[in-house]
Design a protein around this ligand. Sequence first.
Ligand SMILES: C[S@@+](CC[C@H](N)C(=O)[O-])C[C@H]1O[C@@H](n2cnc3c(N)ncnc32)[C@H](O)[C@@H]1O
Ligand code: SF4
Length: 451
Amino acid sequence: MILTPRSLGFWNTISRKVFRAEYKRPDDRDVKNRIAETFNERETAAYIHIPYCTGTCWFCPYARQPIPRSRVEDIIGRYVKYLKKEIKLYGELLNDKNIKIIDTHAGGGTPSLVPAKYWREIIEELTSSFDAEPIIAIEANPEDLKDEETAYSLVDAGIKEFSLGFQSFHPELLGRLGRRHSVEDSIKAYENLRSAGAKYINIDLMYMIPGQSLEQWIDDLEKAADLGPDEITAYPTLVLENSIGYKMIREGRLPEQPGMNMFKQMMYAAEDLLPQRGYIGLEIYGYSKHPDWKYVTVNYEMEGPLLGFGAGAMGFTGSYEYQNTCYPETYAELLSNDKLPVAFARPVSLEERAIRYTTCRLFICRRLDKKMFEKKFGRGFDDLVGRTGFKWFLKTLRLTGDIKEEGDQLLLTRKGLFTAHKITWAFVMNVPCRMVEECLKEPLPSSVVIP
Ligand SMILES: C[S@@+](CC[C@H](N)C(=O)[O-])C[C@H]1O[C@@H](n2cnc3c(N)ncnc32)[C@H](O)[C@@H]1O
Ligand code: SF4
């Protein structure tokens, strides 16, 4: 089997229908006006995209380009100059809104490639352009943190949360993902971050790796839990048809992925094992030691508001969604002319935002609290979502026992967990991954239809 959108059958069809969207290329004045008009909540999250890696993993679905390690300083130094300019432009644009950035995450690509001195500059720009804490969370590749000095310098620069891309404790499985670090590098990176004083560390693991057995997956979960990170996230390996890995499986250069039944068994293995080791399932794929902390990005992306900075970043004011160009050269050129680097954008209605919120809370975070919904939207859940076709979808899932209602809460059941995985991964491959795919085709497309 290959875990492509098509392999998810019914859920793929549903998600293609529900999340169909059309984006247009706006002119600079229009985009600035729309963002300024629609950014109306004081508290927001921020996301910074670093579109560079030192190589290409075979199943990577993200917006990034490979650069040689010898050119990191030079290429990233130039990129950071424009990143700071973008942050400053947004600070000026939203100056009278009194915005407070409550959480900043950097993803990629590989944020751990950015030298500490540049992180200091980025944080300085954020705190001078906005009311923001000088703290940041980043995704990190073990390759970069295996030497102590880098880990210490990043923590010292103000990076307090790290999400480390371990993926597996089996060297042959790392090889089948095209990873460029060893298991020893991952463990060393973890230890370095701990001794440097990182506040929170998440470890990313992947399952459904070509040729992976259930025993290997259970061993990976056990070994990750033995290290004792603050959180363990377990992602199934998603395969887009434009990836190198897809071609390699089709040509027989890599074994197939485990089948659908094994997907289910591997997913429930994480669900059963991690809570026994003291981890709480806060998301369907994320297990934290702390009831009140997780390496959170999905809520901001789905629910908004989110300020997106960097080539390939997405932003969402709550009623307007925009995608920056994925081409660093175009990004630099637009910013050097004082233009926002937005490639395409679209308005999002209140009903659609409510459906996004519901999808995120119920199918990813396992529960939806109707009181919190009402606080966020100023309208009752039944009044707002109950008027959309989504209510029939939820009714069906109640009848099939995938979700249940308890007081003010809608809850995902144990049975519903696998359904939620299929819904989530069909959405991820059809929406954000498709946006990246379109964005990588040309720097500034005139319009884009998803999926
Ligand atoms: C942007 S990467 C993290 C930082 C760094 N780029 C790295 O890979 O180490 C985010 C995470 O996505 C996960 N990931 C990568 N490719 C994936 C795929 N094809 N399907 C599902 N998850 C994937 C990995 O667990 C990875 O750590
Ligand atoms: S998985 Fe991470 S390190 Fe690998 S190419 Fe993608 S973004 Fe880069």
